[in-house]
Design a protein around this ligand. Sequence first.
Ligand code: NAP
Length: 298
Amino acid sequence: MRGSVSRRTTLIRWFVTGAGGQLATEFERLLEGEVYLMREDSLDIRDAAGVAAAVRGFAPDIVLHTAAFTDVDGAETDEETAFAVNALGTRTLVEALRGSQTPLVTFSTDYVFDGAKGSPYVESDETNPLNAYGRTKLAGEREALAYERGTVIRTAWMFSAHGRNFIRSILSTAGERLAADSGEPLRVVDDQVGSPTFAGHLAAAVDEAVRLGVGPGIYHMAGGGYCSWFELAQETVGLAGLDVEVVPIASAEAGRPACRPAFSALVSERPVPRLPDWLDGLAAVIDELEREDWEAHA
Ligand SMILES: NC(=O)c1ccc[n+]([C@@H]2O[C@H](COP(=O)([O-])OP(=O)(O)OC[C@H]3O[C@@H](n4cnc5c(N)ncnc54)[C@H](OP(=O)(O)O)[C@@H]3O)[C@@H](O)[C@H]2O)c1
């Protein structure tokens, strides 16, 4: 079996790639209708024949393409694989859908921008990615936009209570430091600013946009407001009640392989549903994690 279909109350047939990922998990929780969840371990997005058979077999009303190579640093040393997944994988879906009436909604990133603007980016701003991940996602945007029913939703700094993300890393490292009683602070970069986005808020806004009939083209949908990674880490440990010091450092000190934009906050100049502020998203995720922890120890 290459995916699973669950039956819910309304009639929309959703085909969701990237099952198990942060955003797909929130779609899985939220969407009503029939939902086909495409999992990497049973169907790779690069398998053109398999993807075409799955899409045509399910005959979706809409495709939400969340599957991606999302390891920003890893893409620096394996741009070929990142391109195959992020650009050619999107082309595979476009080819599977061509000739149909089915809209394709894909997801892209603030890392298509270079950060030089110094104020929030809107959809019509020039792109100029600084890293391999951004280049492959921009190539994926072009593949999606080559389809007459292709929509690109750019988002940023995504987090949720599940999967790989900054909030979970900070909580886990802070917890380890407390357990070790080392007094060692968390050192977090303060010279990159962006729009932290709770995947659950994004999923709800996309659901609303689809129901309102979002058209083809590019849309920015990210958490309201912006902050640096350092500020995000400080708020995270503060909300979680963890007594760990957070110290700001420069990107150069962090020594990450991929260069990242200094200021890549996103806002929209188009009529799309707005997401709640990033702090509300953070509070929702900390609540969810605390609830899960409490249930696990009840
Ligand atoms: N996370 C962010 O901060 C962020 C920011 C801006 C934009 N975005 C974009 O938003 C979308 C969703 O991001 P996310 O955070 O939900 O990503 P994620 O948690 O990394 O999930 C991506 C999913 O894609 C799957 N996948 C990877 N390679 C695949 C392949 N070759 N074939 C099929 N599936 C494959 C992954 O499976 P495995 O886990 O098995 O590899 C995973 O389930 C992506 O397009 C991403 O580029 C993310």
